[in-house]
Design a protein around this ligand. Structure first.
Ligand code: 5GP
Length: 374
């Protein structure tokens, strides 16, 4: 048995130290990034010729029910952001989506697991839409199996002209291994997610800020990229993830509860504690309506029941099911999120998001903010 005694940090363990800056306003901050990927070798340039493989605001919607939808992809795409679609769309839906508007390939990833059925389904969709898919997200809960590595290598071999996103891992060694096997972007995060119970069920995980820092460092040394996946609870966490070296930040819970997720809006009524004094001396209690949308982890019992008719006998659920407040259109949330990140950049003197890691100094702290009215 080994024990690592180095301190490992979460988003909640640190704050960004403000620095003197010449930036006049957060409007001046450029959030767009351009990336060129290490293994991607496009033989079919899909759209206009670019001198970078990717250009956009590097925030991604997670491939989760209620988040990684086609509607979300189109809305976020208009805002320059990216979406990993859920794995459960049908072949027909996927082919239609990518054929209808080839520009979608620039801001949407096809997601898949690592079974033979996943490989066959992708082959059919890819051919069906005349190879108009640029990004594939090979997504497993545990990115440490030999089978997963071999699968990534086989996808690389079969599809040189596809950007491979692969995960999830949390350590430098496996990040490098994935890049060497053919991944372009490694997804980092085991257990930090808002509806994830892996750490409770298995005791496995890695504090997310340190995981991102260490994996980004390892990836950048090989011209690879990383996605900080999971654990962001507010715009400040997203800024910390970028400051830690993430090339992209993936969000589930922060983008849940919106119209674009397609979930059913559930109304509930609550006594709000206020009352009106009536003429007869009695009090009439007041009620208010609150609206929610169901949100669940993709390995929760709810997800397994919806997509696979129940949990398999040998598996335990590693996700929870919650009701999140209904928040309307996602654009308002995105504006708040990007405003926060822009402001972080202004505080530390980063004129571009690209400069944030260089400008950032993290301060370890016991408590990140005042919770008196929460
Ligand atoms: P969030 O942004 O909500 O904190 O985290 C989103 C991430 O949680 C997803 O991108 C995915 O990596 C992870 N995730 C989604 N569903 C589950 C689940 O059921 N179990 C676990 N362990 N992780 C999940």
């Amino acid at each position: 048995m080994n024990i690592e005694n180095d301190v490992k940090l979460d988003y909640s363990s640190v704050l960004l130290r403000p620095k003197r800056s010449t930036l006049g306003s957060r409007k001046e901050v450029q959030l767009t990034r351009r990336h060129t990927f290490r293994n991607y070798n496009p033989s079919h340039p899909l759209t206009v010729t670019r001198d970078a493989d990717y250009e956009g605001v590097p925030v991604m919607a997670a491939n989760m029910d209620g988040v990684g939808t086609m509607d979300m992809a189109d809305t976020l795409g208009r805002l320059g952001m990216f979406t990993c679609l859920v794995k459960t769309y049908s072949i027909k839906e996927l082919v239609g989506f990518f054929i209808d508007n080839p520009e979608r390939a620039e801001y949407t990833a096809y997601s898949m697991g690592i079974t033979d059925d996943d490989a066959s389904k992708f082959r059919v969709v890819y051919r069906g839409c005349y190879e108009k898919i640029k990004y594939v997200c090979i997504d497993v809960a545990n990115g440490y199996s030999e089978r997963f590595l071999n699968y990534v290598a086989s996808v690389r071999e079969e599809y040189p002209g596809i950007v491979i996103i692969a995960g999830n891992v949390v350590t430098a060694d496996q990040t490098q291994e994935l890049l060497l096997r053919g991944a372009d972007i490694v997804k980092v995060g085991i257990g930090p997610g808002s509806v994830c119970t892996t750490r409770i069920k298995t005791g496995v995980g890695y504090p997310q800020l340190s995981a991102v820092t260490e994996c980004a460092d390892a990836a950048h040394g090989l011209d690879g990229h990383v996605i900080a996946d999971g654990g962001c609870t507010c715009p400040g966490d997203v800024a910390k993830a970028f400051a830690a070296g993430a090339d992209f930040v993936m969000l589930g819970g922060m983008l849940a509860g919106h119209d674009e997720g397609g979930g059913k809006v559930i109304s509930k009524h609550y006594a709000n504690g206020e009352a009106t004094l009536l003429d007869n001396g009695n009090y009439m209690p007041h009620y208010e309506q609150r609206q929610f949308v169901q949100f669940y982890g993709m390995s929760s019992e709810a997800a397994n029941t919806k997509h696979f008719g129940g949990l398999k006998e040998y598996r335990s659920s590693e996700g929870r099911e919650v009701l999140v407040p209904y928040r309307g259109r996602v654009e308002t949330t995105v504006r708040d999120l990007l405003g926060g990140v822009r402001s972080s950049c202004t505080y530390v003197g980063a004129a571009k998001l690209k400069h944030l890691p260089k400008c950032a100094t993290f301060i370890r702290c016991q408590d990140t903010h005042n919770r008196v009215y929460e």
